[in-house]
Design a protein around this ligand. Structure first.
Ligand code: ATP
Length: 772
């Protein structure tokens, strides 16, 4: 007898299954949470398919309806709470036929699969075969035609969950940045002992077919040599590696770190092992060498802020893709390109990924590199140029070399030092002279009036070499602007023959460079190329959607919020009202809200009013009512420091406590400077290196031009940044005039405003009224 099959839901409503498959990756739970809640928000029903394809093949209780509360707390959990497995039965047609039957029995006609390329290949095959699988089920009398008819079309959407970051067409996979964070923590720890004993360490990291983890770890930690599958070293690599390491040791470096991807090979496809590398370093290089294999710690644990955000935004987008799909829509995979969530063809993404392996097998390494995303190739280039001190082929002829002023402006932000280190290494590789302008503009102004000596100094490679992972600002930073004394600034530029300016900082840096631009007509020494590398935790620099330091800040904030929430689970129902930094920009509050699942986020853009508070307190009460007996976890409300002049976090916390009438209580917290973070996040470090390298290359274009020619070119003063899916330079004058809300110290268009709705939707918050 055929089993009962539920009727399809009315109209556009769907029953959507979500599963995690293949190797687990941090952030998968965030994706499940987003899919479940977004589906429910759109009046659909959500089902979790437990243990990957195994659950699909087994059916029954392995496919369970999920309710809003079922995914509470998922965001901060590592691994996957709905389980994953490698399923051999699904590789067989019979297994897929049974899976099809199980889906129909549950009335599900759309599935969202979070996994690696294997899982997505399986998904695509399943959709491809779906019509014929249904025919077989009818022929075999397992289901009737009437039962099958409403489910003729299966929609599949892929989410890429993998620590390896190995899928083509996406810059990042869910989990890869958390894994990278674990790797960098380990290398940073090994670093200190390496320096103490002047040792060499060979670190093996995961990545059978993809070198992203190895390369990014190399960039973020300033490793000496990196081995990856896509870009194997040339024959004679042993001597090349030794030569490079010797050169750096001669310059005063006390440690050597070599990162080897699990799948590292040479150009003849022969595996390069850690033992082999160690033997070369120990026997020929005479270095005291150790091997550290990181193993499963790289699977991640608690997801990083970025992975939580990516998983949440992509999970929500996957549900949108299901709802917009027609029977003809090809299966999409949700990707990210720079800063933009995009849909790409699942089939093409999988095919392109497989092509990488084929290219490697055919020893076509150039092709293998092309098939990876642009960030990967640029990262390689940046790594190469910032590691290879004094390679003759990189050196520019004498007449093309510049003296590059490097200055930090504003508050410290994670990654400022990494950017500076990369700029210094780049300069030295090309023959330029990097010159530190210490302690910002006031530093050089005071220097001239003869107070502290040494505010302008050439930087040696070995001085900057250890800065890759350091927080704060090694050359000193200051909020002061050149307008304090433009005359002296111009004089100092002239005196030290500063021929281009590399400025690292936030809105103050932007303001400072704007002043220099305007002063060009009076001071010839400002008619030099200048680039701002945006670095501020507030992420409010016009001309870019991403500033170095903002990711470090988000990670610090989620750590703080997770700790608060955890403390509540041990006590009672408690609401934490946490004040975030961010100045007049609600970016940090909003994205942290997305990453921790905040109940409400208050930003300066929307302000705070009584009605808003009233609604949110009502909402809180209803959440706690529904929650009874289920969990004792705390709730978090994030309030930007400038969201309101009237309602402080303390006052909001008191209002909540008052309304809680003993049923729930509240506390306020101000993490303050904790938000600047300690060690910069790998994302900030890697992007710092990328921005710095690009900025230097950009400034090199002006070599040989006379000052007036430089002045005439709007691109000679610009901001490097990410806008949408592109990394680009924006001319300062245009950004100042068209893109800047000066009095609020933020860009006019804030791309992240659209994310607020997702924060509210996923926390079930009623639509907040705006300030009149
Ligand atoms: P990771 O990147 O962590 O390895 P993955 O998704 O690539 O993740 P796989 O083990 O390759 O992991 O695939 C997971 C599951 O997907 C397999 O166990 C199998 O059930 C299914 N699958 C993979 N490839 C296919 C295929 N060609 N046809 C059908 N099912 C497949």
């Amino acid at each position: 007898m055929a089993p009962t099959v539920p009727a399809p839901l009315d109209g556009k409503k769907r029953r959507i299954g979500v599963m995690t498959s293949g190797g687990d990756a941090p952030g998968m739970n965030g994706a499940v949470r987003a899919v479940v809640r977004m589906a429910i928000h759109n009046n659909c029903e959500a089902f979790a398919i437990y243990e990957g394809y195994d659950g699909l093949v087994k059916g029954g209780d392995m496919i369970k309806e999920m309710h809003w509360e079922d995914v509470r707390g998922f965001l901060s959990e590592g691994g996957t709470l709905i389980g994953t497995a490698r399923c051999m039965e699904f590789m067989q047609r019979e297994g897929r036929r049974t899976a099809a039957k199980n889906l129909i029995i549950k009335g599900i006609d759309a599935i969202i699969i979070c996994g690696g390329d294997g899982s997505l290949t399986g998904a695509d095959r399943f959709r491809d075969e779906w019509p014929s699988l249904l025919e077989e089920l009818i022929q075999r009398k397992e289901l009737t035609k009437e039962q099958v008819d409403p489910f003729r079309h299966l929609n599949i959407v892929g989410l890429v969950g993998s620590i390896d970051n190995d899928l083509s067409m996406t810059d990042a996979t869910i989990g890869c940045y958390t894994s990278l964070a674990r790797i960098c923590e380990a290398i940073d720890s090994v670093d200190t002992t390496a320096v103490s004993h002047q040792r060499a360490f060979v670190i093996e990291v995961m990545g059978r077919h993809c070198g992203w983890l190895a390369l990014s770890a190399g960039v973020a930690t300033g490793a000496d040599f990196v081995f990856t599958p896509e870009n194997p070293p040339h024959p004679g690599w042993e001597q090349e590696m030794l030569k490079q390491i010797k050169k750096q040791r001669d310059l005063g470096k006390r440690k050597t770190i070599v990162v080897v991807a699990e799948g590292a090979i040479d150009r003849n496809l022969k595996k390069i092992t850690c033992e082999q590398v160690k033997d070369v370093l120990a026997n020929e290089g005479k270095l005291d060498t150790r091997i550290t294999t990181l193993g499963h710690v790289q699977r991640g644990g608690t997801p990083s802020a970025y992975d939580r955000m990516l998983a949440t935004l992509q999970g929500a987008e996957a549900v949108r893709a299901v709802l917009e799909a027609t029977p003809e829509t090809p299966s999409p995979v949700i990707c990210v390109q720079e800063n933009k969530i995009v849909r790409r063809s699942l089939l093409e993404a999988v095919a392109q990924t497989k092509e990488v392996s084929v290219a490697i097998e055919n020893k076509d390494f150039e092709r293998a590199m092309q098939l990876r995303d642009t960030e990967f190739a640029e990262q390689y280039q940046a790594y190469h140029i910032t590691t290879a001190a004094n390679l003759p082929e990189l050196l520019l002829p004498e007449e093309k070399r510049m003296r590059v002023g490097i200055i930090h402006v504003g508050a410290p932000a994670g990654g400022m030092n990494a950017a500076t280190r990369a700029a210094v290494a780049y300069c030295i590789a090309r023959g330029h002279t990097p010159v530190a302008l210490h302690n910002g503009f006031p530093g050089i102004i005071r220097h001239h009036s003869d107070e502290p000596v040494g505010a302008v100094r050439d930087i040696k490679w070995v001085d900057a070499e250890t800065w890759a992972s350091k927080g704060g600002s090694e050359i000193g930073t200051n909020r002061g602007l050149p307008s304090e004394d433009l005359e002296t600034c111009a004089f100092v530029f002239k005196k030290y023959n500063i021929q281009s300016l590399f400025v690292v900082g936030g809105f103050e840096a932007f303001t400072a460079v704007s002043e220099l631009r305007k002063a060009r007509e009076h001071y010839k020494s400002f008619k030099i190329p200048m680039v701002i590398v945006p670095a501020t935790i507030s992420n409010n620099v016009p001309g870019t959607e991403y500033s170095i330091g903002s990711d470090t800040c988000l990670n610090a904030l989620i750590q703080y919020s997770d700790a608060c929430r955890q403390s509540a689970s041990a006590s009672r129902r408690r609401v934490f009202v946490i004040e975030t930094q961010g100045g007049e920009s609600g970016y940090i509050a909003t994205v942290a809200g997305l990453s921790i699942g905040a109940l409400a986020v208050y930003t300066p853009e929307d302000g705070i009013n009584l009605k808003m508070l009233d609604r949110d307190i009502d909402h809180l009460a209803s959440v706690f009512r529904k929650d009874q007996g289920i969990s004792r976890s705390g709730k978090v409300i994030l309030v930007n420091e400038k969201a309101s002049k009237t309602y402080s976090v303390q006052m909001i916390a008191q209002m909540i406590a008052e309304a809680g009438k003993g049923k729930f209580e509240s506390r306020h917290g101000v993490p303050g400077h904790f938000q600047q973070g300690t060690t910069p996040s790998p994302m900030d470090r890697c992007r710092a290196v990328r921005f710095a390298t690009k900025a230097m290359q950009h400034m090199e274009q002006f070599i040989g031009q006379d000052p007036d020619e430089i002045d005439d070119d709007p691109m000679s003063i610009s901001v490097v940044g990410i806008k949408g899916s592109k990394l680009l330079f924006s001319p300062m004058e245009q950004v100042e005039k068209k893109e800047t809300e000066w009095h609020r110290r933020r860009p006019k268009h804030e791309f992240w405003m659209a994310l607020k709705e997702t924060v509210d939707t996923l926390s079930g918050r009623p639509q907040a009224p705006k300030n009149p």
